[in-house]
Design a protein around this ligand. Structure first.
Ligand SMILES: Cc1ncc(CN)c(N)n1
Length: 220
């Protein structure tokens, strides 16, 4: 199986995630500032836990090659993606320490601890099945927004978010990660018990992504 089969197995949830109202309003620049700010603060906390989950991938890997592959993502999460959120929040007078002191919202706790638990109770492939909706989903969204003529960049207060996830660095790191994930999935039959367990994990993480957007939208 391939990661594309995991998407196909939960197509309805995948569409609800990648075409969520939060994303559409962000693309037009019409999203309420309070919604984006709540999302971004929570996403900062999300990235911190998500970096722990990628660090767990190093722990779970059996080969040096698999260990090395997770390392650049840990670095990117703790460096460029987090830095974008910190820089963006600076316009509201918020520092990195302020963001770290924010309380985690329910959706943030549920999603991140689910991913960590999937990795701790399972193996490296289970962990990547839980991590994949995050990385590949934002890759799909970023690319779609960049190619969609109705996306507003000029004057859009959320343009830097669109640029981050549609940019070459993010897109190529997703592609590299998914090539590796496909190698790990290659021997697994999607119709086997193992394959169906991976579908369940991927689908649950995708539903968590939908809830994460909704958490932002609810912060009006
Ligand atoms: C909730 C969430 N999902 C995915 C991504 C992209 N790394 C993110 N920053 N936040």
């Amino acid at each position: 199986m391939k990661y594309q089969d995991l998407i196909a197995a939960c197509q309805e949830d995948w569409t609800a995630y990648t075409e969520h109202a939060f994303v559409q309003q962000l693309a037009k620049g019409t999203l309420e500032q309070s919604c984006f700010l709540h999302y971004l603060k929570q996403d900062f906390l999300f990235l911190k836990q998500y970096a722990r989950a990628y660090a767990l991938a190093i722990y779970k890997a059996r080969t040096l090659e698999d260990m090395r592959r997770a390392l650049p993502t840990v670095y990117n999460l703790l460096d460029s993606e987090t830095a974008h959120h910190v820089e963006y929040c600076a316009q509201w007078g918020l520092t990195e320490a302020d963001l770290e002191n924010e309380a985690e919202d329910f959706g943030t706790v549920a999603y991140t601890r689910y991913v960590l638990d999937a990795g701790m109770t399972g193996d490296l492939v289970d962990l990547y099945a839980a991590l994949a909706p995050c990385s590949v989903g934002y890759g799909v969204i970023g690319k779609k927004l960049l190619e969609d003529e109705s996306t507003v960049i000029e004057g859009n207060p959320y343009a830097s978010w669109i640029e981050l996830y549609s940019g070459d660095d993010y897109q190529s790191s997703v592609m590299t990660g998914m090539e590796h994930f496909n190698k790990l999935l290659a021997e697994i039959d999607i119709n086997s018990q193992r394959g169906q367990n991976l579908v369940d994990v991927f689908k649950t993480a995708t539903r968590m992504e939908i809830a994460f957007w909704q958490q932002g939208l609810n912060a009006k």
